[in-house]
Design a protein around this ligand. Structure first.
Ligand SMILES: [Zn+2]
Length: 126
């Protein structure tokens, strides 16, 4: 994700990013609105975000939460992670999980076509 998008989210929800490790968001810009929504919800709880990344085509959020908030936080995060499989990671349009690209990703039809043609080009080059 572009650094300025990431900074915008971190500055909007400073309580979620108090950790000195300063996690980088390892995912595409298509999930910015999804992250914004989930951070908004999470900011009501005692939780610190450790890592935001794409893994096997879906969003993964690692966090540390207060014991009394853990269950609520965990269910918010699980819902967001499940929703990511329906949102193109590149452009935010409706997407689905694609396995026929160089690595498994959630993409819309357009981004999927582009990714496939890039894979073909890579294969042509040997
Ligand atoms: Zn797309």
């Amino acid at each position: 994700m572009r650094h300025e998008l990431e900074l915008k989210l971190k500055n909007k929800y400073p309580d979620l990013f108090t950790d000195l490790m300063r996690p980088e968001f390892e995912c595409g810009a298509g999930w910015v609105s999804l992250l914004d929504e989930v951070f908004e919800e999470l900011s009501k709880y005692g939780v610190s975000i450790r890592l935001v990344k794409e893994k096997f085509g879906g969003l993964v959020i690692y966090f540390v939460a207060n014991e009394e908030d853990y269950e609520a936080v965990s269910s918010i995060v699980s819902r967001a992670e499940a929703r990511s499989y329906m949102i193109c990671e590149v452009c935010e349009k409706n997407g689905k999980l694609r396995k026929e690209v160089s690595h498994i990703r959630t993409l819309c039809d357009d981004c999927y076509e582009l990714a496939k043609s890039n894979v073909l080009k890579e294969n042509d080059n040997g």
